[in-house]
Design a protein around this ligand. Structure first.
Ligand code: SF4
Ligand code: F3S
Ligand code: ZN
Length: 103
């Protein structure tokens, strides 16, 4: 599962579509965590798609990640600022790749 303490345990390396990227990153095998309020561990995501289907405010968008060992696309929290903290995505992800910081 995604580390809920990633803010402390990982280093902010970059930004992507307006959100933070937390390392380590070593493309294409290691992609890190995307997002801060809504965070997706790209190295865990298997492209299940439940988060895209269920999010009521369409926070997620697919991004292509060719040659990643788990899946060739990832759910990117492109619109994390719209999140209403319903926690559906956290509940439905089969690999617990998503953390929403509703605290
Ligand atoms: Fe969407 Fe709810 Fe997840 Fe926020 S917590 S990203 S609103 S499904
Ligand atoms: Fe990936 Fe989990 Fe969504 S596997 S596509 S973050 S439901
Ligand atoms: Zn991203």
């Amino acid at each position: 599962a995604i580390d809920p303490q990633f803010h402390e345990n990982r280093e902010k390396l970059d930004t992507h579509e307006g959100h933070d990227v937390w390392g380590p990153v070593d493309e294409p095998e290691k992609l890190g965590i995307h997002g801060t309020h809504v965070a997706v561990d790209f190295d865990l995501c298997i492209a299940d798609g439940a988060c895209l289907e269920d999010c009521p405010v369409d926070v997620f968008e697919w991004v292509d990640t060719p040659d990643h060992p788990e899946s060739e696309k990832k759910a990117d929290p492109a619109n994390e600022a719209q999140c209403i903290d319903c926690m559906l995505c956290v509940d439905v992800c089969p690999v617990d790749a998503i953390d929403v910081d509703a605290g």
